[in-house]
Write a protein that binds this ligand. Structure first.
Ligand code: SF4
Length: 159
């Protein structure tokens, strides 16, 4: 039986990025590795009520876990506080994952919502999860970014 994966909508061709585009073809092509799995498309930032295009944003003062704990914020590069929309979008992603019994998530690398293990914090890519990735990880999903999907699946197959 196939497993259920939450997948960043921009990796599936949805034009939901901050710049109004989908993820690049090279990133989208990686999703062919999940052809035998059940895919549920989610864009946490759009789920949080943000439009596309929208101003680019990043975490400030800590990663997505710190944002969820109220110890950090998410701001646009112009300084507008969009923490509430990011936290709401992460909660919506969590709810969608639960409704679909998702066990895994493949998310777009380095995004302030979707980044897994590395995300934009204080104008640099630093260790940590984006806000939605942090939420899904805390829910118990196995989260991996698109750039590590192939090695993750290879590792799993070799077990
Ligand atoms: Fe893609 Fe995630 Fe950004 Fe939405 S929030 S555009 S799914 S990286």
């Amino acid at each position: 039986m196939s497993r259920v994966w939450i997948v960043s909508a921009c990796l599936l061709g949805q034009r939901c990025r901050y710049d109004g585009e989908a993820a690049k073809d090279s990133a989208r092509a990686r999703l062919a590795l999940l052809d035998d799995e059940t895919i549920v498309s989610v864009c946490p930032e759009v789920e949080g009520g943000l439009p596309s295009p929208r101003p680019a944003a990043e975490c400030e003062g800590g990663d997505g876990h710190a944002v969820l704990e109220g110890r950090a914020k998410v701001r646009t590069l112009e300084g507008l506080d969009v923490t509430g929309a990011f936290v709401k979008g992460a909660a919506r992603a969590s709810e969608i994952a639960r409704l679909h019994n998702a066990t895994h998530a493949c998310l777009k690398a380095r995004s302030p919502s979707c980044g897994v293990g590395a995300t934009w914090v204080d104008r640099k890519v630093r260790d940590g999860d984006g806000v939605a990735a942090a939420r899904l990880r805390r829910d118990g999903l196995i989260v991996v970014d698109d750039e590590h999907l192939e090695s993750f699946l290879a590792h799993e197959a070799g077990r």
